[in-house]
Design a protein around this ligand. Structure first.
Ligand code: ANZ
Ligand code: ZN
Length: 763
């Protein structure tokens, strides 16, 4: 049989499409299994080799689960709102929906060419009005529950282009387009109160199976600290400074207080002698980012205010300083400094010659009692800024009426469609381009019928991806985002995989969104994902990041064209441990192709009988591959299959049933080759319709075992002997082992034998 990958790939892809074999059934009596990969942003560059790493791995899982008899939902869709399409529209004037459609068509073609077993009948697209109608509807549930509110927030502002910039458009403090230094500008924004869910987003991690490092990222991002707020009275003043501390037990070691440069008491605490010093200090740190301020490798800076406070625990007088290592919007923006116990305080005290004292700790409660402090909890997590002054996003479905305030667009008028604009550039006062379309802005108040204006901000890119996994369950439903019955059938998602770059924000936002819907009685589970995994990045051959500008990006199309879809698939999961970053290797690709070539030669070895070594190797391989898929060790699963094929080549024969069994475990990895070889052997049905093989435990037991030999419970030697060697000959061999004999200095009182494991002589 010759392996002409071009025609073979196309042939089996057409066969799968015709048989509709990957469709999930909503009413199947089989056990359900919902396996999800993060849907891509359909960029103009097309698929890159990072995408198929995740998709192949979960495709293998999905295909195996189907063969295990499960009703599998493995969907795909497009996270298609976002800046690149909008910036392209600004440049070319082509509507973002046009370019998005082209990109999606290209992505779909690429994915189909790799043979993924997605249920294409459930494709979703976040920019489709039939989809974003429900994103808007859900936003209104947040609004009606009091969780969406307006607040003044600083946005990034380019004074030259006169536009608001997204964080990712600010590079090193400068506008990505023109290089002008970016300013902060206050703007009213819609916010969503995710902080109300902070505790549950941490505590409920106990109920899910995520990689430990992913749980840690969630916990760290939320940043819950339990501590206390303690008041320090200002000397010769009515004022007090409240500090937040996680270590009230260290209060006897306080030698100074520090407030943030933006603390509201800065002016009233600064004495006239210190005014100039303090003002020039504040000016010198005004443009630093929180990251720079928190960088502990940099020298500490600060200024003395001239004021003092009284330590409530021991009534000592301590000076008040201003320093940028204290952040204005965390805790109370004021810190009690304990150089004895805190590294940053120590560095600061050393820089400014402040006292460092050695004082005993007190208990947490004792602290609090001595100081009148109160227990509090602080979070690093902030509420979610939900407004963008952009075109290519979901319009926020609210109307402002002078009489009635903010009024939701009635549900039966959703979706609020994105209107056509002539110019995709935000307006020069920082409003979204929608603000310049009078016919969009001017409307009637749904409550009182008076003149009113629509909100012109759009939603962030994170909105549509916060609930897409729900829409796959019932993608064509026009009355609900998904039927309650179907949601109950499919949720929670059994397995979810995506990049580590999404295990903070996207994971947090979507868990939060789902919890809110759960509280509203709209979804059946509080957590959306039962299990979450992540894959490592694919680097270029020299270990650097693949990037378009360096020109070292590998296009999956090229690999598929030159080596075939199965080579790409197998290589993607064989290249290294799934969670680790790994460099691309062209040699590795060639090696995988050689393995698949050998697989297509296996029919030449068919014989009426095979050597017991082949049978044993087959059963070991079934066991190994089954376990490795469960544990996300796809690379060692591939290695085991390679070893098996080598064994067949060495032994020179394999029976037809054994080869068919091997093809069954190979097919989830290399489905085109699996089906093609099966057909060459006379098979008439698709491999996907078959069952996942089981192994015979009796056939994989090794014929030799290693026995530990002990004297009085201490390990003295070990022996490799035949399995189930009779006890008497085992004991004789053990006794005569020179490393054992020299310890048998007195008569043996007792001999304890644990079959196939241990011989212990008691003397
Ligand atoms: C005294 C102390 C002694 C502290 C000690 C720590 C160790 P996390 O865990 O991150 O919440 N802190 C409080 N507010 C701050 C702010 N706005 N900017 C910078 N640092 C701030 O850290 C809480 C600790 O960080 C607090 O406890 C406070 O220092 C400092 F041996 O108080 B601690
Ligand atoms: Zn009104």
């Amino acid at each position: 049989m010759s392996y002409n990958h071009g025609s073979i790939d196309a042939k089996w892809q057409a066969a799968w499409a015709k048989a509709q074999i990957f469709r999930a059934q909503d009413d199947s009596p089989k056990e359900k299994y919902y396996v999800l990969v993060e849907f891509p942003y359909p960029s103009g560059a097309g698929l890159h080799v990072g995408h198929p790493r995740s998709y192949t791995a979960l495709d293998i899982v999905a295909r195996q689960q189907r063969m295990l008899g499960k009703n599998v939902l493995f969907p795909m869709g497009w996270d298609a709102f976002g800046l690149p399409a909008e910036n392209y529209a600004i440049k070319t004037g082509i509507h973002p929906s046009v370019i998005t459609k082209e990109n999606i068509d290209n992505f779909r073609r690429q994915l189909k060419a790799i043979g993924f077993s997605f249920d294409w009948s459930r494709e979703v697209n976040t920019t489709d009005p039939a989809y974003y109608k429900w994103t808007q509807w859900m936003f209104l549930r947040f609004f009606k529950a009091g969780l969406a509110y307006k607040s003044t927030m600083a946005i990034n502002w380019c004074p030259k282009d006169k536009i608001g910039l997204a964080n990712e458009e600010v590079v090193g403090g400068k506008c990505e387009r023109c290089g002008t230094a970016v300013e902060k500008r206050d703007k009213e924004q819609w916010m969503i109160a995710i902080t109300k869910y902070a505790d549950r987003l941490i505590d409920d991690l106990d109920t899910v199976d995520y990689l430990p490092k992913i749980k840690k990222q969630q916990v760290d991002w939320i940043g819950r600290s339990e501590g206390a707020e303690i008041d320090f009275a200002v000397v010769d003043s009515q004022e007090k400074i409240t500090v937040f501390t996680t270590r009230p037990d260290t209060i006897f070691g306080v030698t100074y207080l520090v407030i943030a440069p933006e603390h509201p008491l800065v002016e009233s605490l600064t004495t006239s002698e210190q005014r100039d010093t303090v003002h020039s200090y504040i000016a010198s740190v005004a443009t630093k980012t929180d990251m720079e301020r928190g960088d502990d490798t940099k020298a500490k800076t600060g200024a003395f205010t001239g004021s003092y406070v009284i330590n409530p625990a021991n009534h000592e007088r301590v000076p008040v300083w201003i320093a940028d290592y204290v952040l204005g919007h965390y805790g109370t923006g004021a810190v009690m400094a304990v150089p004895q116990h805190d590294e940053r305080d120590l560095a600061f005290a050393q820089t400014f010659n402040l006292p460092i004292v050695d004082r005993p700790l007190i208990s947490f409660a004792d602290a609090l009692a001595k100081t009148g402090g109160k227990k509090t909890v602080q979070y690093k997590l902030r509420d979610w800024v939900f407004s963008r002054q952009r075109y290519w996003g979901e319009p926020i479905p609210l109307i402002h009426c002078d009489h009635c305030g903010w009024v939701p667009v009635p549900d039966d008028q959703l979706p609020v469609l994105l209107p056509d604009v002539a110019n995709y550039q935000p307006t020069d006062n920082g409003e979204s381009p929608l603000a310049s379309i009078d016919s969009f802005v001017n409307t009637k108040c749904p409550t009182c019928g008076g003149d009113a204006k629509r909100e012109t901000d759009t939603m962030p890119n994170w909105a549509g991806s916060s609930w897409y996994f729900l829409r796959y369950i019932d993608p064509n439903n026009n009355n609900e985002f998904a039927s309650a019955e179907k949601l109950k059938h499919w949720l929670p998602i059994d397995l979810y995989n995506g990049g580590m770059e999404h295990t903070t924000l996207h994971l947090l936002y979507s868990r939060f969104w789902n919890k809110f819907l759960f509280d509203q009685g709209l979804v059946p589970t509080s957590e959306p994902y039962a299990r979450r995994h992540s894959h490592g990045l694919i680097m270029s051959e020299d270990g650097t990041k693949m990037s378009k500008s360096v020109g070292n990006v590998i296009n999956p199309d090229d690999i598929v064209n030159e080596f075939g879809a199965d080579t790409l698939r197998v290589y993607e999961v064989f290249m290294g441990p799934f969670e680790e970053p790994v460099p691309w290797s062209t040699n590795g690709v060639v090696g995988v192709r050689r393995f698949l070539d050998r697989v297509t030669k296996l029919p030449d070895f068919i014989a009426p009988a095979e050597s017991p070594d082949v049978t044993k190797a087959l059963h070991k391989t079934i066991k190994k591959v089954s376990e490795d898929i469960t544990n996300f060790r796809f690379n060692t699963a591939v290695a085991a299959m390679m070893t098996f094929v080598n064994t067949v080549f060495e032994q020179g024969s394999i029976t037809k049933p054994s080869l068919l069994t091997f093809l069954a475990i190979l097919t989830p990895f290399a489905p085109h080759v699996g089906n093609e070889v099966n057909e060459a052997l006379g098979g008439t049905s698709l491999m996907e319709a078959g069952n996942w093989p089981t192994f015979d435990p009796a056939l994989i037991v090794d014929s030799e075992v290693t026995i530990a030999i002990q004297v009085n419970g201490k390990l003295r030697s070990s022996l490799t002997v035949a399995l189930d060697l009779p006890e008497s000959s085992l004991v004789t061999q053990a006794q005569s082992d020179p490393n054992v004999a020299k310890f048998l200095i007195s008569p043996i009182k007792k001999t304890i034998v644990v079959p196939n494991k241990i011989v212990n002589f008691v003397i």
